[in-house]
Design a protein around this ligand. Structure first.
Ligand code: APR
Length: 313
């Protein structure tokens, strides 16, 4: 029996770190693709040369072509450009839409049974594009954002209370960033809701910090955006899929009536297993939570409509 095959498209900060972490967990053979000549090959060879020290028995291949990605079980798409000075948001959206379109076409044709995990921003809209271009069922096209948002939320709660992050479970819904809808009442420390442990004003400021978590890191790094936590979040999703964990993780998925959201990509808790999104895990929301989620879903829909208009359809 051969090892699972995982392709990572984009060998930049997020992609290379994802490939490294996948290899470290020996989750499968990794194919790292980028348009820059020599770069994915160099990074992959460097990682292969780590194997003897750690004792990993996986292969990591770097390439500029898609041939090596054929018959992947999972494909993580991180290719794209970050926003640069002087560039409008529309320029960024237009560029990343084209990149994700082209990448998805190349990947889907060669790996028709793969599960796609999108990481490129603006995340929710890029999942919409990949779903549309691949023609894959919603179970096999999802986005990584909620795991990262929840991880940030959990780390800030851990810092606040001085307890192990392992005891903290966070529940987040909605789009990435400002649109995130964290459910404080369903976020627990050793099973106890944080609303019983942290004063309301402190919870609010932790939520604000979480929403702006990406921006906080961009402001510090100056030359790029976060990549360690985004990479490990994508890896957690790959792990849940390849090891059929049935783990409940917040992912960007196509809602088809769940949580009162229809035909829109938005972050929801899902059961992730070998078939991909096996089920959307639904709980009853309060009126306020539901309104916030609807607003977040409406923003994603607006952005997707805008992309359709920009591409002249
Ligand atoms: N095909 C393959 N790779 C591509 C393509 C393409 N068509 N276009 C760009 N790339 C590659 C770039 O060459 C670069 O190596 O994507 C890589 C992106 O890497 P970085 O610039 O380091 O960006 P990174 O920090 O990894 O972020 C990637 O993830 O978290 C999101 O917002 C982030 O959208 C961004 C993405």
């Amino acid at each position: 029996m051969s090892r699972p095959k995982i392709s990572v498209i984009g060998a930049g900060n997020v992609g290379a770190t994802t490939a490294l972490m996948l290899a470290q967990l020996e989750l499968g053979d990794v194919v790292l693709v980028d348009i820059l000549e020599g770069m994915p090959q160099g990074k992959a060879l460097d990682m292969m040369e780590m194997n003897p020290v750690y004792g990993y028995d996986v292969s990591i291949t770097g390439t500029n072509s898609y041939e090596e990605t054929a018959n992947s079980d999972v494909v993580v798409i991180t290719s794209g450009i970050p926003r640069k000075p002087g560039m409008s948001r529309d320029d960024l959206i237009a560029t990343n839409t084209e990149i994700v379109k082209q990448v998805t076409e190349n990947v889907a044709r060669r790996s028709p049974n793969a599960i796609l995990i999108l990481v490129t921003n603006p995340l929710d809209a890029m999942v919409y594009i990949a779903h549309k271009v691949s023609g894959f069922p919603r179970e096999r096209v999802m986005g990584m954002a909620g795991v990262l948002d929840a991880a940030r939320f959990r780390s800030f709660i851990g810092m606040e209370l001085g307890v192990s992050v392992e005891n903290i479970h966070a529940f987040v819904l909605g789009g990435h960033g400002d649109d995130m809808v964290p459910l404080a009442r369903a976020t627990t420390v050793a099973g106890v809701p944080i609303t019983e442990l942290i004063p309301a004003d402190r919870i609010e400021s932790i939520i604000q910090r979480t929403r702006q978590g990406g921006g906080e890191i961009v402001a510090l790094l100056k030359t790029g955006s976060a990549f360690y936590a985004p990479a490990v979040s994508a890896v957690e999703m790959v792990d849940a899929i390849l090891r059929d964990k049935k783990k409940i993780l917040p992912c960007c998925v196509l809602a088809q009536g769940e949580y009162g959201v229809d035909n829109t990509f938005v972050g929801l808790p899902v059961i992730l297993g070998s078939k991909g999104v096996e089920k959307i895990f639904e709980i009853k929301l309060t009126k306020k939570e539901s309104e916030e989620l609807q607003l977040s879903a409406a923003h994603v829909k607006e952005l997707c409509d805008h992309i359709e208009k920009m591409s002249g359809k």
